[in-house]
Write a protein that binds this ligand. Structure first.
Ligand SMILES: [Zn+2]
Length: 228
């Protein structure tokens, strides 16, 4: 009976696809957003800036696909980042590359491409889970959509939490569960950071999967909180 229960719960509740994908934002570009050597419109040497500095041109350049998001935001490729610094750079770049500024330019389309690329880069690094997955990928360690939770003890813990969420009778009870899961997530974030620091990518991968499940649990609790 327990096995059947376990199976049902696993199918019902642990679908990783349900995980909210990060939405999109963009980034700030201060003095040194330089990635392309020549302007894609006038062909002049532009010292790799995102916007052509030539007065008659001023064209926005295509997204810098060849560099990674950490390089783009001038951050060390590390799990621990300074969120404030990331946010400031993002807003600065977002302001300077806003499509409205390039309305009359021949390459206004590039501005939208760049803007959406920058948004994606920002969201990926801002979110602790997508940042971890991205950093793993940069180190050739991948997390497939269907990757299963391997830790039996974590699985049981998640099951108990999900049951408690369903059984919660009032907002107070749910609030307690939410706090508990948030503490768990913070703890996992610290562990993940430390595994990245030690270049233990396989161990980081295991923890990131656990993180995904706890995050899904948090989302379930928050969803239930809206209707209780
Ligand atoms: Zn140009």
């Amino acid at each position: 009976m327990f096995t059947r229960f376990l199976k049902e719960v696993t199918i019902k509740k642990f679908n990783l696809n349900r995980l909210n994908q990060p939405s999109h934002y963009s980034r700030a570009f201060s003095i040194n957003t330089r990635f392309l050597k020549a302007c894609s419109v006038c062909g002049n040497e532009i010292d790799q800036k995102l916007i052509c500095p030539f007065k008659d041109c001023g064209s926005i350049q295509p997204p810098p696909y060849s560099i990674n998001y950490f390089e783009f935001f001038e951050l060390n490729p590390s799990y621990k980042i300074d969120p404030q610094s990331l946010r400031l750079k993002f807003f600065d770049i977002q302001r300077k590359t806003h499509p409205d500024n390039f309305y009359s330019k021949t390459n206004a389309g590039s501005s939208e491409d760049l803007s959406s690329w920058v948004n994606k880069a920002y969201e990926t690094l801002k979110n602790p889970l997508s940042r971890a997955i991205y950093l793993l990928e940069l180190n050739q360690v991948y997390i497939g959509e269907s990757m299963e939770l391997r830790d039996q003890s974590i699985l049981l813990e998640i099951m108990e939490l999900n049951e408690a969420i369903e059984d919660a009778q009032n907002a107070d009870a749910l609030h307690k569960i939410i706090i508990e899961v948030k503490v768990k997530l913070r703890d996992l974030e610290n562990q993940i950071a430390s595994e990245f620091d030690n270049k233990n990518y396989k161990e980081a991968q295991r923890l990131v999967i656990n993180f995904k499940y706890f995050q899904n649990t948090l989302l379930s609790a928050q969803k239930r909180q809206e209707i209780i």
